[in-house]
Write a new protein. Sequence first.
Length: 665
Amino acid sequence: MLTALEVTLLLLAASILSVLVLRRLGMPPLVAYLLVGVVLGPFAANLSGSSGAMHTLAELGVVFLMFTLGLEFNLPKLSAMRHFVFGLGSAQVIATIAAVVLGWKLLILLGLSALVPSELDWRGALALGGALAMSSTALVSKMLAERHELESEHGKRVFAVLLFQDLALIPLLIVIPALGGGQSDWWWSIGWAIAKAAVLLVVLLRFGPPLMQGWFLRVARQRSHELFTLNMLLAALFFAWLTAKAGLSMELGAFVAGMLISETEYRHQVEEDIKPFRDILLGLFFITIGMKLDLGVVLHSWPTVLLYATLPILLKFALVAGLVRAMRDSGPVAIRTGIWLAQAGEFGFVLLALADQSKLIAPATLQPMLAAMLLSMLLSPWLIGRADWLAMRVSSQEWMMRSLQLSTIAARSLSRDRHIIICGYGRSGQSLAHILEAESVSFVALDLDPDRVREAASAGEAVVYGDATRRETLLAAGVHRASVLVVTYDDTASALRLLRLVKVLAPELPVVVRTATDADLEGLRDAGAAEVVPEVVEGSLMLASHALVLNGLPLARVLRRIRAIRDDRYSLMRGYFHGADDVEIESIEEEHLRLHAVTLPATAAAVGQPMSSLALSGCSVSALVRGGHRRLTWSADLTLEPGDTLVLVGTVEQVNAAEARLTSR
């Protein structure tokens, strides 16, 4: 029997090796942890001396995961997507659970009980349906972000369904243990559990926010990071203990604690501090799940594993696609949404483990189901990668939409020669476009955010919706006639794909690539980039030039020094020493200036007024679009007409106030 230290070393070494291998294959770390558990499963007996502590720590991993989920839960996000969240999301979860329960009942009525596990009753079928209804939030959201599809039509629907699945986990965590209380009094167990949860939630949500705000303020004033971290752990574990004492799941208490902290200004700091504890302990949870898998049983019943893996994928795809179509969305959107949500998820493993603890699912059913869910997650990236291919072949509407999109791009580029192709129209892309416009240099911009494209295009800017990493999109943008192609977004993997494509289509076309740091500079240069601009290095050069000039050095000498560094390919500034404040944090919204296009209806108060008399609440007008022509200058007495579009510059509040005044009747 291994000692606790030996078990820890074994788990760490196996986890590191598996994560390294699977990251190269594009798989999430949780799959690696599951595989580590599968490999170590046959040796579980030798780990029995530490199994109690392992399972306790693993359960804390789920507690911290629910705590993080509570931190991310906020009413504004939910309200903005309520149509998809509570419409499509609730329908998907309920329909999946109902399909599993009704399918179990139908097989029994048809006399096909041989296809149903003998020990499975309606309670086990309901728990199984809840587990199968979950999709992988970690895997899918990561792939949506990497493929720049979060703002696409199917991306919005997928994210909304994932959000509702996270919310649906809370009642399932209450219902499943209650169902394990017995066949005869199940209604009493569920009713009592829901009543306790309701009372506890009302008390905590009513009195918790001011207490949490005051306590965290007192701790934060001590200016001690260690004290703040200890307080965060205390809050998460105290609420988990509180709900456990009430006979409910610890995960519910952790979720409530996260919700309470999400309403304070300490949310982002807490989210950063909890990540190491959450990720490590959650990895241990998935290892313990994998250790439950008996490879001997799985290999003996491999047809059942394949059946359990295939049927849920087909069922969820059909249900989701049908529900999306029922909400009057197009066939391609329905197909893509169904494929993205067809796989199993990490919360499915949580519910399956809970059903196992509640004796609702026997080991004979649990083994092939665990293997099937793991297999579906392994297949998920491959299936998602073929979503566009399937949508193109199944739906004629997709061909028409793609042709219309390419025609729009081609119409923008046909009149241009020796133009610049801008890939990405975020803050950097827009700044570049405005400089090019001021110099009368023609360009075509491509972006995948439909809202941004729609608003910028209405302001008269030369931007169209299109994926620059697609061959047909670049051809429509006139890649053979272009003089330069600029990648303005920071995504090395996407930039490398784009560089490989440009090398095939237009090998002589120079490509300028933006990157955050100099870490990928050589890789991008080797892939064919004519120039790579690292933001951190360029920022350092600007800081250095200002500091040297203010220190008294002649400007000409400073410019020569900066030019020499750039000519030497940033070799003097390659790399840096990491310090305590080099923490990877998520961006926090600040009051940045934004552009907003406002088109004046005939009834607008501003119609008929001269530009000089407009009350714009602190905003300024950067451009005027009239009759399809964009103006950057105009006379002060220019009178506004119906259909004019004003491009406003200001903060969110200023822009909203100005738009209300301009368009009021």
